[in-house]
Design a protein around this ligand. Sequence first.
Ligand SMILES: CC(C)(COP(=O)(O)OP(=O)(O)OC[C@H]1O[C@@H](n2cnc3c(N)ncnc32)[C@H](O)[C@@H]1OP(=O)(O)O)[C@@H](O)C(=O)NCCC(=O)NCCS
Length: 221
Amino acid sequence: MAHAYPGRFSGRHPGWPAQLGPLRVPAGVVALRPVRLRDASAWSEIRIRDEDHLAPWEPTLPGGWAQRHAAAEWPGRWLQLRSAARRGVALPFAVTLDGRFVGHVMIGNVVREPLLSAYVGYWVDSTVTGGGVITAAVALVVDHCFSRVGLHRMEATVRPENGPSLRVLEKLGFREEGLFRRYLDVNGAWRDHFCYALTTEEVRPSGLAGRLVAAGLAERV
Ligand SMILES: CC(C)(COP(=O)(O)OP(=O)(O)OC[C@H]1O[C@@H](n2cnc3c(N)ncnc32)[C@H](O)[C@@H]1OP(=O)(O)O)[C@@H](O)C(=O)NCCC(=O)NCCS
């Protein structure tokens, strides 16, 4: 078998929409589901409160932070994400902790044959960091991308200053592939980013979630 993709791309995602998990980690029970229109108030409350936690790592965009993250902005973003998911170029997941919305794991730039590749991005509410939430969430999403979605390579780009994000990728076994100079305009300037990647051969046979469970870092519930 050359790769896990079950057939030529038909215009719809294999593996979307999907519910992933749950996995229990020290912070609580982590699961993923598609983003929803009714995430607006939780999304806005966290994003506005957490500007200092999030802005240093996110692309520079026009408009003020509070204005861009007002609840009224979410329906437009949600429609764009839903459309991208329907076109097969993204998998926009909401992360829940004990059933409560706490962040996103976004799969974007899905490129089908011959690359079968995508990038992963993520953020979480600052009040729940350090409890294994995003490590578990990314593990579940990458396993899903390498199985039902049929991708072969997942990539993540991270600023060298972003210790917690580098640690997440290290815990999951992502490989450092190099440094992209002035790669992305983040927080007002062109910033270097490390490129990390994983291919499906590297996570067999147990998958990333299976590895976390075997290492005692997560538990299936
Ligand atoms: C990066 C982020 C998503 C991690 O989420 P999380 O749920 O806290 O992640 P986890 O708890 O699974 O793992 C975080 C790890 O970083 C470690 N860590 C925390 N601060 C750290 C620091 N300054 N330097 C190095 N490691 C650090 C934690 O101890 C933990 O590792 P451990 O399990 O070995 O103790 C979260 O910090 C966040 O939302 N940051 C802002 C947005 C962002 O950076 N997104 C990614 C852009 S590439």
